[in-house]
Design a protein around this ligand. Structure first.
Ligand SMILES: [Zn+2]
Length: 71
């Protein structure tokens, strides 16, 4: 019974929140080509060269994930 409940829950979450809704945004540094999670301390320090991008766009631009937050 518990398994069915979990399965139903997982299915409804998928239904209400398709993957596309969770397009991850990152702070992309246009100078160093590194991108950060918005909560990363380096993202907060980066105010001049950083722009908000979707993670996949950052990667398309040649971005590499930050070593501290993992992008
Ligand atoms: Zn970072």
């Amino acid at each position: 019974m518990k398994k069915i409940f979990i399965l139903a829950l997982a299915l409804s979450i998928n239904l209400f929140f398709p993957a596309g809704c969770f397009a991850e945004t990152v702070m992309f540094n246009t100078k160093t080509y590194k991108f950060h999670k918005p909560g990363c301390e380096w993202a907060r320090k980066c105010t001049v060269n950083c722009i908000k991008l979707e993670k996949k766009q950052a990667i398309q631009r040649g971005g590499r994930p930050c070593k501290v937050c993992g992008g």
